[in-house]
Design a protein around this ligand. Sequence first.
Ligand code: HEC
Length: 89
Amino acid sequence: MLIRFAAVAAALLAAPMAFADDEIVGDIDRGVDAYDASCVECHARPERFMRDIEGDDEERAEWLDEFLVDHYAEDDQDRADIIAYLLDL
Ligand code: HEC
């Protein structure tokens, strides 16, 4: 599935966004909550593993998306939110 991440600036604009139905947009604030619920018990400091994930934001998002689907973030929306949060660190 194609997941596209809105830039933070775009997310801050209140204007309704015309995304196609099958596109899931990650939300940083929800990502904080989802990370707390699903990840923080084992990864207290996500900055550490994020340092080891190379590439630009798009490459890192793709890598995380493939890894996390089988690693405690099966839900597409939760995963997109968590990735938005992680890329914002
Ligand atoms: C029950 C403990 C546990 C939970 C919960 C957990 N992880 Fe992990 N995670 C690990 C362990 C152990 C590893 C290292 C082994 C591996 O790669 O599976 C790891 C590896 C990773 C890596 C790869 C790091 C690297 O450099 O290869 C990432 C990224 C990651 N976790 C993110 C997350 C995120 C995001 C969540 C929440 C959705 C999460 N983890 C939930 C235990 C956990």
